[in-house]
Design a protein around this ligand. Sequence first.
Ligand code: ZN
Length: 251
Amino acid sequence: MPIQKNEGILLRRQDLRETSILLTFYTKDFGKVKGIVRGVRGGSRALSVGAAYEPFALDEIVFYERKDREIFTISQCDLLNYFSPIRASLDKLSYASYIVELLDSVTSLSDKNGEVFDLILKSLDLLSGDSSPRRVARIFEIKLLGLLGLMPNMSECVNCGDNSGANPPRFSLRHGGLICRKCLDVDKMAVSILPGTVKYMVHVRSSPFEKAAMVKVASEVGKELERLLRRYLDYHVERRLKTVEFIKEIA
Ligand SMILES: [Zn+2]
């Protein structure tokens, strides 16, 4: 791979020995990229390394391959957007941190998806504005599940295809979608779900982000959505996220 230049959102920064740092980006054209930047820290004095190296900064990076390694060398890293309004609010900051951490945990190196890059950028833009951070996080989760092919089936019973909605269906984490009353035997652990939650998830999946971000939901739907998506992501991503705990703590 020759020298490449691309835009990327910084997902994670790890300090290495001496003056180097390891950065994980989600880039526009190359998906998730990991690279080392040398000579940016003040040795043992652990100086601040600049705005371009802060999580969820949008940077333009120049990088090239190292022999036989999946970790690149990043030779240049220029800040394009620091998303200052997010950093001025602890609430917004914690949701933005959660969003990049979630993206980092569900994607692997070489996963390439321009729509995922657009999604994260859109989410950070909306978090910078007046949109509710909680709502932006829920829409991000639903749309990300869709882009990763993990979206639960919310329009019919995953077992028999029934979509009459005659009786309120239940939600199966294991089978990834709704289960009608006749099919409850396939998952005894299926949980109840509000019609409003089903409707909202279908709406978000099929609407542009900005439009979805304007829809307010009843508080019980909001709470159920948060709980259900959390359990679904935990179940399917199999990883607890540190930031979830942090958001709970500051809430
Ligand atoms: Zn069924």
